[in-house]
Design a protein around this ligand. Structure first.
Ligand code: 13P
Ligand code: SF4
Length: 354
């Protein structure tokens, strides 16, 4: 499969250092946590707001979202839910591209996030200028981008996909005889190419969490737990995916855990997912794929540094005063970006997948 040029080393270093310097929330006593729960519940009512939360954030935020009638899910489900819900304020608890997708689809609603510095290394590894210039060099190709991208990159694309529908959408495009630029995740692009046989030029972006899972350490863990099954998010390296019994989006991995007959599951994704996975499959022992051996000095250690920015403290603060926390997108960009996202949602809705 053809590859786009490597991500410049300087950009890789910038992304790693941003990940390492992401702010960390304080830890809370049970009393502080209970007080924040009550405060947030009443602020949500006052603001006519709903929480739309990703599985990777702190489990207390997931518990609060469930307790207040909000939604906890994968990035496709989050976009779909926000697009259907009648609340006038959407509070997106995840990373910035998720808030941007919500705003792109719902311009009339206020979309706020606990902290707008919640980046994503995939988004950062696909700057609009170099990506757009690259697409210009291949005008014969359909541009398919992952949801983990900026509004500008989505506006430059023909289709947006998430990990739950990337294979289906690329298979459909391949069936139409289209050649594809896929961006930005190199491992997801590889995986999609293998599954569909499509002609793809693959952007070389990476996720700081999944890219660090090590096949050699996984092999060792599998030897220690011979009956275990491996389930993996497709942003994981190709060698890790080659050892997986199930591959899919975060929601699909929860479903795979539920369906699995194995007592032990080795999971290659952010450990934030363990909260819902434990609920769905309470009898299973869950192990994380090591990121680099016992003495590894990893950037993420299986937990996204930007998802981890979200906390009960900054959630309460944004509901009290949303100044500086509201997503805004330039209207001409928003309108263009809405087309490929709507296309994706219609595709997945027509298949009954959301
Ligand atoms: P999902 O769409 O599977 O939730 O993935 C989002 C993500 O950022 C994974 O790293
Ligand atoms: Fe982005 Fe990776 Fe974090 Fe997902 S886990 S939001 S892909 S950096």
């Amino acid at each position: 499969m053809a590859k786009a040029p490597e991500i410049p080393l300087q950009l890789v270093e910038e992304i790693r250092s941003k990940a390492l310097s992401a702010p960390r929330p304080r830890s809370l006593t049970p009393d502080q946590r209970d007080a924040l729960f009550e405060k947030i519940k009443s602020l949500l009512k006052q603001n006519n707001a709903v929480l739309i939360t990703h599985y990777y954030v702190d489990e207390q935020l997931q518990i609060l979202t469930d307790a207040t009638g909000g939604y906890v899910g994968d990035s496709l489900g989050m976009a779909d839910y926000g697009n259907r819900h009648p609340a006038t304020m959407l509070v997106v608890v995840g990373v910035r591209f998720m808030g941007e997708s919500a705003k792109i689809l719902n311009p009339e609603k206020r979309v706020v996030m606990p902290d707008l510095v919640a980046d994503c290394s995939l988004d950062l590894s696909c700057p609009i200028d170099s990506f757009s210039a690259f697409c210009d060099q291949h005008p014969d190709r359909t541009v398919v981008v992952y949801a983990n991208t900026s509004a500008e990159v989505k506006a430059r694309s023909d289709w947006v996909v998430t990990s739950s529908n990337a294979v289906d959408i690329v298979a459909y495009l391949h069936g139409q005889g289209e050649k594809i630029i896929f961006a930005p995740d190199r491992h997801l692009g590889n995986y999609v190419q293998k599954k569909t046989g499509a002609d793809i030029i693959n952007w070389q972006g990476f996720c700081v969490v999944h890219d660090e899972f090590k096949a050699s350490e996984l092999r060792r863990l599998m030897q220690e737990h011979p009956g275990a099954e491996v389930i993996a998010h497709p942003e994981s390296p190709t060698e890790v995916l080659a050892m997986a019994d199930a591959i899919g989006s975060t929601t699909q991995l929860i479903n795979a855990a539920k369906a699995s007959k194995a007592e032990t599951l080795i999971v290659a994704t952010d450990i934030g997912l363990f909260h819902k996975m434990h609920q769905a499959a309470p009898d299973k022992k869950l192990l994380a794929v090591p990121t680099g051996g016992d003495s590894a000095a990893c950037v993420s250690c299986a937990h996204c540094p930007w998802m981890a920015i979200n906390s009960l403290d900054n959630l309460a603060a944004v509901l009290e005063n949303s100044q500086g926390h509201e997503i805004t997108i330039e209207e001409s960009v928003r309108k263009k970006a809405m087309v490929p996202i709507q296309r994706m949602l219609e595709f997945s809705r027509s298949q009954g997948k959301v």
